[in-house]
Design a protein around this ligand. Sequence first.
Ligand code: AMP
Length: 299
Amino acid sequence: MRQTRQIDDVRALVREWRSAGETVGAVMTMGYLHPGHLSLVAAARQDCDRVLGTVFVNPLQFGPAEDYGTYPRDEARDLAMLAEAGCDGAFMPSVQTMFPNGERDPRDSRTTVHLQGLTEVLCGRSRPGHFVGVCTEVLKMFNILGVDISYFGEKDYQQYLVIRAMVEDLALPVRVVACPTLREPDGTAMSSRHAYLAPAERAIAPRLYATLSRTATALATRGSGAAADLTDQACTDLLAQGFTAVEYVEVRDHRLAEPGPQTDPRTLRVFGAVHLGGTRLIDNVAVAEHQPDNPTEQP
Ligand code: AMP
């Protein structure tokens, strides 16, 4: 696996591959990798001749009171995992390389990308500036890498939609592909932030997925008119189950529109964000995958 921290080097690498007629896929990460990230690498390997992994903790997407400083990092382990998963290249730029003018917050940045419409709800409401930070950095990565396809996880479903919209709106020459959320055996969506959880908190974490799944199954039965009652109940249940705070539980369609009473529940997803002590966890599930008679439904 070829490794570089320099923009010119990674550009030359991708150019070399593409000029040989090879297709190149990217998996962009903030590191502290787990099998969820590697499932994106596996998807990229299926579709592309070459796969490039990136590891960069993007300061622009963290709010001033968030965990940028403490976000878990282990570059040597990440590189070993990317190589083992079959990446052909890895790009690990420094913050100075990505943001040489000292930008650490979108408000410091001369140029930013602000996407209207999908970013005011869910995580965008509780994390002002977050998606400006994501889009600004992801656009820059796209411009640096010049890959054919980029893979994103449905675990961050809103982020995937926002990036897809940015690509469409700005006619960026890259295809965006979503991959399903990889879960622990207990149902918890794999996340680098699990490193923060004490054992007692980790024992509570699976209840987020269980509650969202139960809500999705009930929606499939009762229809979208029951969404408000069901999300209220889910919030109450999450607090009773030990989460410190519930930021949101919301039902929206696959494009994040609010459902009307007649919306086909199979187009809906249930989104949740909770806090466990100082750790923020998010997850979402598709109602279509939680039909009452679905044998793959987890308890
Ligand atoms: P992160 O390092 O958390 O920024 O994630 C990098 C990419 O991996 C994003 O596209 C995430 O949506 C994706 N990802 C993170 N966790 C999972 C998971 N459990 N299953 C699938 N994809 C994931």
